[in-house]
Write a protein that binds this ligand. Structure first.
Ligand code: AMP
Length: 284
């Protein structure tokens, strides 16, 4: 069955209020569209955890820097709506930018600590934009559970922090990264890659895998694990943005993996002009 499309804030508010009155449990999956299996895995999990699933498709201008790809970000609303229907999504919210940021809009949400470092440092203002739109969406829909991908690991920690600190009371669920058969993390931005770049892009997941094997064979120093990823990036001629080993929750840099301490290895690199990210748990 086709998903119902909502375009205005008034429609969402009325729909969500009816839902609550009827005592339904709601799962929300915020996205920027150009949907792939990674997004659909969140929607399907939402179906298991709630009796109604809503998704939003909104390319949020507030999270793009002035030199980033807002205007050329891939879009395919018709394809997205049929994918949403096949994943069992009940409602798709597709707002205009002017609805989320009308004239006079002046409230922004800043998560101060986990936004530091990693993508937060390389993309100034990015997480402020993410935190602001997610806060708006959680406030509008008031879902019981909201699902996000571990692919955007720092983003997931930012969202957990704002949900906790602003007392939003939503269950924030992080879901594992869905990959192509060869290991590349699925991303809407993979559409930018040429065939030749697509092959080189594998260096991110291969590097993380090599680091994981190194760790399993007893190597716990951050420098060795990071170097394993860097070697793959260099071999594939990718330009490193960062490779870091951090505490899995606070995202503070670690010099080594301690027994029982969950750590995460994160990488960002440019493949041509396309910026790709990936990450993996280490230890814990
Ligand atoms: P985006 O449309 O890129 O903003 O992503 C919307 C949601 O889908 C975010 O919670 C992402 O973390 C998640 N997501 C994106 N790619 C993947 C993937 N490969 N596996 C799992 N979740 C993903």
């Amino acid at each position: 069955m086709a998903s119902q499309v909502l375009r205005t804030l008034a429609e969402v508010k009325a729909w969500a209020a009816d839902l609550r009155r009827a005592g339904h449990r709601l799962a929300l999956v915020p996205t920027m569209g150009f949907l792939h299996e990674g997004h659909l895995s969140l929607m399907r999990e939402g179906r298991k955890r709630a009796d109604v699933v809503a998704t939003s498709i909104f390319v949020n201008p507030a999270q793009f820097g002035p030199k980033e790809d807002l205007s050329r970000y891939p879009r395919d609303l018709e394809g997205d709506l049929s994918k949403c229907a096949s994943a069992g999504v009940d409602v798709v919210f597709v707002p205009e930018a002017g609805a989320m940021y009308p004239p006079g809009y002046e409230t922004y949400v800043e998560v101060t600590e986990v936004s530091k470092g990693l993508c937060g440092d390389r993309r100034p203002g990015h997480f402020r934009g993410v935190a602001t739109i997610v806060t708006q969406l959680l406030s509008l829909f008031r879902p019981d559970v909201a699902l996000f991908g571990e692919k955007d690991y720092q983003q997931l920690q930012v969202i957990k922090a704002l949900n906790r600190d602003l007392h939003l009371g939503v269950e924030i669920l992080g879901m594992p990264t869905v990959r192509e058969l060869d290991g590349l993390a699925m991303s809407s931005r993979n559409a930018y890659l040429s065939a030749e770049e697509r092959k080189r892009a594998l260096a991110l997941s291969i590097g993380l895998g090599t680091a994981q094997s190194l760790y399993r064979s007893g190597s716990t120093e951050a420098s060795a694990l990071i170097e394993a990823v860097r070697r793959e990036l260099r071999a594939a001629d990718l330009r490193e943005d960062y490779v870091e080993l951090v505490d899995a929750e606070r995202l503070t840099p670690l010099s080594s993996v301690q027994p029982g301490q969950p750590a995460r290895l994160l990488v960002a690199a440019f493949c041509g002009t396309t910026r790709l990210i990936d990450n993996q748990p280490i230890g814990g």
